[in-house]
Design a protein around this ligand. Structure first.
Ligand SMILES: [Zn+2]
Length: 131
């Protein structure tokens, strides 16, 4: 499946629209990044501690510019791109509760949000800046 099909799926399943709304409400800066939309310097709730959060084909980068985030986590965009695929496979918004369950499972098993989280493991723990 090509990227364009993925991004079309995420547009139709509503997840990209939700990501854009989060970016708008968070007053971030919208930019393009090889098919994905990046919203950097976005204000997100403080519970979001990750370097970036993807919603549909929208990568939200809290607090920092994309360049600053990539300087800290060089393969960040490859990692977030995997999450964009996961939204397409989950038919969009069902990704969010499934991700929540996977996070709870990982916390219960390992005390860590990502280590046993199937979505983060598949996206790549190292590329996501997790260790
Ligand atoms: Zn991730």
């Amino acid at each position: 499946m090509g990227r364009r099909l993925r991004d079309t799926a995420n547009l139709l399943n509503g997840s990209t629209v939700l990501g854009m709304l989060v970016g708008l409400f968070g007053r971030g800066r919208f930019r393009g990044y090889s098919g994905l939309v990046v919203v950097d310097r976005v204000r997100l709730p403080k519970v979001v501690t990750a370097s970036a959060m993807t919603v549909g084909s929208v990568v939200l980068v809290p607090r920092r510019s994309l360049e600053e985030a990539v300087a800290r986590v060089p393969e960040l965009m490859q990692h977030e791109e995997e999450h964009a695929w996961q939204y397409a496979y989950c038919f969009g918004l069902p990704f969010l509760p499934l991700y929540g369950l996977a996070t709870a499972w990982s916390l219960a098993r390992t005390g860590d949000r990502a280590r046993a989280n199937v979505f983060e493991v598949q996206a790549g723990l190292e590329t996501g800046g997790y260790r």
